[in-house]
Design a protein around this ligand. Sequence first.
Ligand code: AHR
Length: 664
Amino acid sequence: MKKIITSCALMLTAIAMGSLVQAQPAVHKLEVDVSKSVASIQPTMYGIFFEDINFAADGGLYAELIKNRSFEFTLPLTGWLQPNSDRHSLNLASGMGTIIKSEDNPADRNFLRVEVNNDAGYQLINEGFRGMGIQAGALYDLSFEAALYQGAISGVTFDLISPEGKVIGSTSVTPQGNNWKYYEGTITANATEEKAQLRITFTGKGAIDMDMISLFPQDTWMGRKKGLRKDLVQLLDGLNPGFLRFPGGCIVEGRTLARRYQWKKTVGPVTDRTMLVNRWNTEFAHRLTPDYYQSFGLGFFEYFQLSEDLGAEPMPILGCGMACQFNTGELVPMDELDPYIQDALDLIEFANGSVNSPWGSVRADMGHPEPFNLKYLGIGNEQWGPEYIRRYEAFEQAIRSQYPDIVLISGSGPFPDGEHFEFGWEEMKRLNAEIVDEHYYRAPEWFRENATRYDSYDRNGPKVFAGEYAAQSVAIASPDNRNNWNCALSEAAFMTGLERNADIVVMTSYAPLMAHADAWQWTPDLIWFNNLASYGTINYYVQKMYSNNAGTDLLNISEGGEALTGKNGLYASAVKDEAKGELIVKLVNVADTAKSLSLAVKGGKASGEVMVYAMTGDNPDAVNSFENPQLISPVSSKTTIAKNTLEETIPPHSFLVYRIKMKD
Ligand code: AHR
């Protein structure tokens, strides 16, 4: 009997052990060689693409709070309300603002003539960009130009009001004389309000002409007067971007040639910059924003300055004589292309030329005598077909002969494959192009399946700029797309493939960069903001993990001699940071199960200390939000490595960065 019990017990133990053995997950044995640098990681590897879409410039980064400050919109009173003057019933008893066209200044053609008839309380209200974000205790710079026209207006009062009409800050100005004068005031806000408006009232009767009515927070990025919104630039700065591509996107091309982006109209005094309707205003019937214009207060000078502030290489993109091919596709005939090419040459002079050169002097007059050291220039955005190639060639010849050091970025069309893409690439190879821009807005699965995309690219051909990409949770340009964890994790997986191919992929940027929560046209976007707050999406933190751990040299990391490109749900890339003496390993697990890893470090000695940055989450639909801005974001911790081997279990659905300190 005892024997039977013993053998039963042995059997049970064996079964239990067997099942234990079966339950043990396989250990993935990874190897990374720190002694062999496969390629240099270009300092431009992870950058940002600022595109004026989704109210990213006016109403966003450019901190101006007044919409249509100079009455230049197609409907010149857009954004302005006159509640006590009912134009339709011609009840103009209290007064009326009328648009007058000025002959003197071609850029700023309109101004407003305000006639105040009696004491009935004429009001002029600016609604801001879906309201104005006002912070309690903050100071606001109010300015305007005015000339008394007739009668006796003795005072102009500016009140910040809440949606309920409560005054939350005021300033008054006494206008003087019949000549145009510049007036300033300061408003201190006594309450925080996301949807404030600016109300203007008048003392006395008569008529006064007004223009460039402007309101900025004093607390801007770097404290620059009439500058950029601080919280948004801080988010950009957090990405430590290697370059700043600007200003678009399709707005570069314009729906028509007449409405293309013309950089020369965006520099010099702000009052001389010609307003332009934004191409995205009515692009999508499901997201109409007819009040979307470009004041160009954020113009090319400011983009260069921002690049400098961020320590990013400036990368302007210029139209090449082709309007957006998704719209009119209008073409400049080849024999009329010279002015467009001259714009490119002049831009290089504006950025880099001596202060004595015509365009260098414009830069100097704007307060930047030192050159901006422009190195990269994009020719065309998402152009395709033979007409693009002909125009690109003409630009290239002219720029190469005068500025051989400028690196040109060419396009390969809007899609990552297909006829236009293949044709574009063939042609760019034939032309020995330096860097070709690729765009991909695709499903999350596409990103997971394409981590090997660049493994087979020609190592002797042009380099790659992955200039616009983002996983689309529903479909390209669907208003239901979300910046969810599934998309962000898929991008993280794909990016191991960008990094593993850093010998030919030299620049990358997510797109679009920013969106106003109440005024967007395109989703997903890297950063969301409203009038008071902003947050980085989960995708933002994925970008941040890469850009803040970019390293200097690409290393080989493998499992059984093979790169990790999705088998068992695992992706990996590795770099070293030569200056800091650190090995940096990026690991993505898209599987539903945890993975045990044993990472052997070859060719160098690990000191023992390891910093870990982890993004994890169980819910693929999870999103960051204004309420929970860091729901999924990197969490840092420390671990150790013994005998040059890191033993770790990485959770399901996770993206981890390990920074392993090496001995000298
Ligand atoms: O980022 C949104 C748009 O997508 C860009 O303007 C264009 O380049 C691409 O089609």
